[in-house]
Design a protein around this ligand. Structure first.
Ligand code: GRF
Length: 213
């Protein structure tokens, strides 16, 4: 099938929420350009004022703002502050990329089926763990395969409908560190792939399943 890209059709506005390093954010920005995906990162929000992701955004000339959650009395008021900024930038799709805050049901419902997250395991296995702990648990479990998952965010942690997964073998000599490096390489492929499908309007959520059209 031939796809015609019409430069007069506005791109999907993307907002990235991140708390740390920002390698998935950077991989996404580079892939959007390289692969001519009809999406554009319009804003990066970090809840951590000195997070490296904000420096990456600066270098890539992408609008960015720190909204420290500690400055707000409640989760809801913190989220309201984020929604104001996201609206200001015409964001339609939110990508969580190492965002270390749980979103309230109010925020999740506001952007229903418009929030993606990436997790460094093959969900639903190893849900609820974070960072290097995921890879440690994978090795201890003896499983032969691991990978990453991009999923829509719903009200339960790491449990939303799955959009893209990439799989790699666990080697006998893997450590949590070596596994995290190899899984991250897959994450940098998986996230742009999921965002491309979203921007091409090809994702339909039916219950727990995502149908790719
Ligand atoms: C990634 O491993 C991602 O799967 C998890 O947090 C990490 C973020 O890494 N949710 P980075 O900040 O994108 O480099």
């Amino acid at each position: 099938m031939t796809r015609y890209y019409n430069s007069s059709v506005p791109k999907v506005g993307i907002g990235v929420l991140a708390s740390g390093r920002g390698s998935n954010f950077e991989a996404l920005v580079r892939a959007l350009k390289r692969d001519a995906i009809d999406g554009e990162v319009k804003l990066v929000i970090s809840n951590v004022e000195d997070a490296p992701v904000l420096r990456r955004a600066e270098a890539l000339e992408i609008p960015h703002v720190a909204i420290p959650h500690r400055d707000y009395k409640s989760r809801e008021s913190f989220e309201r502050a984020m929604i104001i900024e996201l609206n200001r930038c015409d964001v339609r799709l939110i990508c969580l990329a190492g965002f270390m805050r749980i979103l309230s049901p109010v925020f999740v419902r506001h952007y229903e089926n418009h929030i993606l997250n990436i997790h460094p395991s093959l969900l639903p296995a190893f849900a609820g763990l974070q960072g290097i702990e995921v890879h440690r648990a994978v090795i201890e479990s003896g499983t032969r395969f691991t990978g990453c998952t991009v999923h829509f965010v719903n009200e339960a942690v790491d449990a939303g409908p799955i959009v893209v997964q990439r799989v790699i073998p666990v080697r006998q000599d893997d450590t949590p560190g070596s596994l995290s490096v190899r899984v991250l390489i897959e994450e940098h492929q998986a996230y742009p792939e999921a965002v491309r499908l979203f921007c091409e309007n090809r994702l339909t959520v039916e219950g727990k399943r995502v149908i790719v059209g």
